[in-house]
Design a protein around this ligand. Structure first.
Ligand SMILES: NC(=O)c1ccc[n+]([C@@H]2O[C@H](COP(=O)([O-])OP(=O)(O)OC[C@H]3O[C@@H](n4cnc5c(N)ncnc54)[C@H](OP(=O)(O)O)[C@@H]3O)[C@@H](O)[C@H]2O)c1
Length: 242
């Protein structure tokens, strides 16, 4: 397998202000990539950037709220003002919703679908032209175990992640002749705020650690053979259902 060097590569990571996205950003910046970080909270984004800069890396923060349907189009325009080639897009930003079917409002449904499915779809679409000149041309979409299975109280979240995985599979085949790779990573419970908010009773040490997800992404980016990796499913080895 060819070993790819990430030095000087431009990588956009959504949801980089905390959780999995922050670990991914720090890891890829430590490999020499220039990382573009997005999220809603500018001070948390700056915290990620300062971790990267204090280790000698390069980062740029761009705020965007993906619950606003126009945000990804504005973000794509902004990205084009800063760089002329994008090598890797990591669609990581996402929101969970834990609610019974009967309590899920149309507003909840629209927000979850917009943040978790519509935004990564149209951000990818808008940034494809910027990626055509890259030797990497890679999109990594962070889905979930709920992308392939159903769990109680997760119906809207699960629908959004099924949508994400569905378009990713199609994009992977539609774009492969142009040299693109589209990967999906579907983790079970990862030790971040997302799980703490929904299940404060769970011991974080028993969950998948966010750095593990960063390492899988790094592996996908710097090992490239003839085989296409469509979907990596990472489940917890425990009695927890996810
Ligand atoms: N933790 C898990 O157990 C787990 C398991 C499977 C899959 N995942 C998926 O992994 C991804 C990252 O999750 P995480 O665990 O790291 O969650 P997290 O700690 O809650 O972080 C979520 C990230 O997404 C950003 N985000 C949320 N809503 C946004 C919006 N409306 N517009 C723009 N950015 C937004 C947040 O930034 P701001 O708050 O600054 O906007 C934050 O950086 C998500 O797609 C999630 O579905 C997580």
């Amino acid at each position: 397998m060819d070993k790819q060097d990430l030095t000087g590569k431009n990588i956009l990571i959504t949801g980089a202000s905390r959780g999995i996205g922050r670990f991914v950003a720090v890891t890829l910046a430590s490999e020499g990539a220039f990382v573009l970080l997005t999220g809603r909270n500018s001070s948390s984004l700056e915290e990620t950037a300062s971790i990267i800069r204090s280790a000698g890396g390069n980062a740029l923060c761009l705020t965007a709220d993906f619950s606003n349907q126009d945000a990804v189009f504005q973000l794509a325009s902004e990205v084009k003002r800063h760089i002329s080639i994008l090598d890797v897009l990591i669609n990581n930003a996402g929101q969970a919703l834990s609610a019974p079917v009967g309590d899920t409002t149309t507003e909840d449904w629209d927000r979850i679908m917009t943040v978790n499915a519509r935004s990564p779809y149209f951000l990818s679409q808008q940034l494809l032209p910027l990626m055509t000149g890259s030797s990497l041309k890679t999109i990594v979409n962070i889905a979930s175990v709920v992308s392939t299975q159903g769990y109680p109280l997760q119906s809207a979240y699960s629908a959004s992640k099924h949508a994400l995985i569905g378009f990713s599979k199609s994009m992977a085949r539609e774009l492969q002749d142009q040299g693109f790779r589209v990967h999906v990573i579907s983790p079970g419970g990862v030790a971040t705020d997302m799980v703490t908010r929904v299940r404060p009773d769970i011991n974080q040490e028993e969950l998948i650690q966010p750095d593990e997800i960063a390492q899988w992404i790094l592996f996908l980016l710097n090992h490239r053979g003839q085989g296409m990796v469509d979907h990596i499913q990472i489940r917890r080895e425990s009695k927890l259902p996810w």
